[in-house]
Design a binder for this molecule. Structure first.
Ligand SMILES: Cc1cc2nc3c(=O)[nH]c(=O)nc-3n(C[C@H](O)[C@H](O)[C@H](O)COP(=O)(O)O)c2cc1C
Length: 183
């Protein structure tokens, strides 16, 4: 079994017509140059999570979600801004795990009319409670200039340096935090 660092790229939206898969796949392509870690897309939508507290919690997707997060050493959150915060789907998914998040590092790539900055700052607050170490570098994508018609992702080249720096920081902190987690 490989002990290569595992970083999950979490798609933070689930709505019909969402753009998060385009952004997540772009980040994954760039990340493939960072050979110290293996990156994979984690799509919340695949887990069919119910709304927290409305069921007895026996849906298989809940356990699978926690198993997947447990496998990971770090995360990159792909964050869209919904009413100046993260999407309800992402918050619900975050709330469905606790230990699986703790003592791991994360970066944020956000998008929105102001680069998703307000949503990203909310996510940082949430990450503090879950003991996720959020790295400083935060690429922000504009719905106006990095997308055509707000739907087709055409990122400006200037984001590349920021994405790579963020990934470097996530890899570095994920490596460090791995040493304090139980095997
Ligand atoms: C319910 C809702 C609220 C939104 N609120 C904001 C907002 O406060 N700020 C913003 O920049 N964009 C806002 N938007 C626009 C989204 O950021 C944009 O539609 C984005 O593509 C959503 O991400 P997704 O396509 O991955 O779902 C909102 C969109 C929805 C559906």
């Amino acid at each position: 079994m490989s002990d290569k660092l595992k970083i999950g790229i979490i798609l933070g939206s689930t709505r019909e017509g969402r753009v998060s898969p385009q952004v997540g796949n772009w980040v994954k392509d760039i990340a493939s140059e960072h050979k110290e870690a293996a990156f994979e897309i984690i799509d919340i939508a695949d887990y069919h999570l119910p709304f927290l507290g409305t069921t007895d919690g026996s849906e298989p997707g809940i356990a699978k979600w926690n198993e997947k997060l447990n496998e990971m050493d770090g995360f990159v959150f792909i964050v869209s801004e919904y009413n100046h915060s993260i999407s309800g789907a992402l918050k619900n998914a975050i709330d469905f795990a606790r230990e699986a998040w703790q003592n791991k590092a994360a970066g944020i790539v956000s998008y929105g009319s102001t680069g998703g900055a307000r949503a990203a700052e909310h996510l940082r607050t949430i990450m503090g409670e879950l003991m996720i170490a959020d790295v400083r570098t935060h690429p922000t994508l504009s719905l106006f200039t990095d997308f055509e018609q707000f739907t087709t992702f055409k990122p400006a080249d200037l984001h590349l340096d920021n994405i790579n720096l963020m990934l470097t920081q996530v890899i570095s902190w994920s490596t460090a935090l791995k040493t304090i987690r139980q095997p």
